[in-house]
Design a protein around this ligand. Structure first.
Ligand SMILES: [Zn+2]
Length: 448
């Protein structure tokens, strides 16, 4: 999207015959004076610095004063010694499913899009400037945000989750069986939330359909899941040839497959097929953790809150499965640390606006296993490294998750030092004084 905008911008400016450099000076400027920078990589804040943003990029970072022309559109923000850090990234988010109820998710598409748009604005106002959407019909929302119609984060969409019959993402009831091959799609499939594919050929078609719509990565479910009614947790759903068909399709498009998998068997099948990112992994054994590390595969984990488990009604199939999975969360974080697995962070909030509001608090809860600096590095530069796996399909190919010269200007001005007190990110309304995405200020509490 950026490149298209850029090409348009170049074309516009070449057509009026002036050199580009003259126009570069015309791009809006924001200067943050007197900030301590958390750059997304280092565990310490910088010395008091000044950061110049021109257009959508960070142009200059210096401890010396940065001179700017004081034009009408030049914005100077006195940071007062506060912390400037990269916008947060959630690597496992569902923009379309986070804040509707499970019943609504199958309902009115117009309503769901409006709810998702509103939630996207809340997401941005929580300081999350980028999300990787791992399942749901997010293409329209992404476009509306990129076009400036809706205020929200950058979205890396997967489109529909691809699943087997009875797998995680198959939300049909028994009365919907049997499926007629080539017959009518189910409601969830029609709206692009999830889609059933049971052979390598079918998987290939569905993967390519997501890519055609703009998926930056392809999502499959390789094993059972908590929230689907008929997928036991222990089950390996896809065969290696089926997963490989998706992987081939994704690789041919210059991107990758991300696979939902809890058990060692499901994870090993996915790795055999060439999958580059495993979601969850909460029931893996020690040897599988070592395999993930050895193969350089990403593990995208979520410190799932108790509230999510308790949200499943007592006595339900889903609750029983959640009870089985939850104890694995802590154990798997220990394994990830033990083998130094490339670990991404996400939340996987589903069907709860109240939980969605806890997005920052869920990040802060990582301090059960990590220092605040480690947690914040994970949610910025490390997550950005995972997003870059989208390669040729990366919708935002510049640098994300860092405060560096040349990186996208996705920035938060924090009232305090989150490296000392990570709980600051749990109360963004109070503590994030400025929120900037792509060089544009979406919140500035200093002027209010
Ligand atoms: Zn999920």
């Amino acid at each position: 999207m950026l490149s298209r905008k850029f090409v348009f911008w170049v074309a516009l400016h070449l057509s009026c015959g002036l050199p580009l450099s003259a126009h570069a000076q015309d791009r809006p400027v924001t200067l943050f004076n007197n900030v301590r920078v958390f750059d997304g990589k280092s565990a310490a804040l910088s010395a008091p610095s000044n950061v110049l943003v021109r257009g959508n990029l960070i142009e200059r970072i210096s401890t010396a004063p940065i001179p700017v022309d004081r034009r009408a559109d030049t914005r100077i923000i006195d940071g007062g010694g506060r912390t400037l850090m990269p916008g947060l990234i959630d690597a496992h988010w569902h923009t379309m499913l986070a804040s509707v109820t499970a019943a609504q998710a199958f309902g009115d598409v117009g309503y769901n899009n409006l709810v998702a748009g509103d939630e996207a604005t809340d997401t941005l106002m929580r300081g999350f400037t980028t999300v990787r959407d791992v399942g749901g019909p997010a293409f329209g929302l992404k476009r509306a945000i990129d076009d400036g119609i809706v205020r929200g984060p950058r979205i890396y969409p997967s489109g529909a989750m691809i699943t087997v019959t009875s797998g995680h993402g198959d939300f049909r009831q028994l009365t919907d069986l049997p499926r007629t091959i080539g017959g009518m799609l189910t409601r969830m499939e029609q709206i692009g939330g999830a889609i059933v594919a049971d052979t390598p050929d079918e998987v290939r078609i569905r993967a390519r359909e997501q890519l055609m719509q703009g998926a930056s990565q392809v999502k499959l479910t390789a094993g059972g899941g908590v929230s689907s009614p008929f997928s036991p947790i222990d089950v390996t759903t896809y065969t290696v040839p089926e997963l490989r068909a998706a992987d081939e399709a994704a690789e041919n498009w210059g991107t990758y497959v991300v696979a939902h998998a809890f058990t060692s068997a499901a994870i090993r099948g996915a790795i055999d097929a060439g999958v580059k990112c495993i979601e969850h992994g909460f029931l893996m054994d020690d040897a599988t953790a070592k395999l993930i590390a050895d193969k350089g595969v990403w593990l995208s984990m979520q410190p799932l809150p108790e509230g999510l488990r308790l949200g499943f009604p007592e006595g339900s199939v889903q609750r029983a499965k959640a009870d089985e999975v939850w104890p694995g969360i802590a154990r798997t974080y220990e394994l990830a640390k033990k083998y130094k697995i490339k670990t991404a962070w996400g939340t996987d909030v589903l069907f709860s606006r109240a939980l969605a509001q806890q997005q920052g608090a869920i990040l802060a809860s990582l301090t059960r296993w990590f220092t605040p600096a480690e947690a914040l590095i994970m949610a910025t530069s490390t997550n950005a490294e995972l997003l870059a796996l989208s390669g040729k399909r990366n919708p935002y190919p510049g640098k994300l998750g860092v405060v560096e010269e040349g990186a996208y200007a996705d920035l938060l001005l924090v009232d305090g030092n989150p490296l000392e007190n990570i709980n600051l990110v749990a109360d963004p309304a109070k503590n994030f004084l400025v929120i900037m995405k792509d060089g544009k200020v979406y919140k500035n509490a200093l002027t209010q």
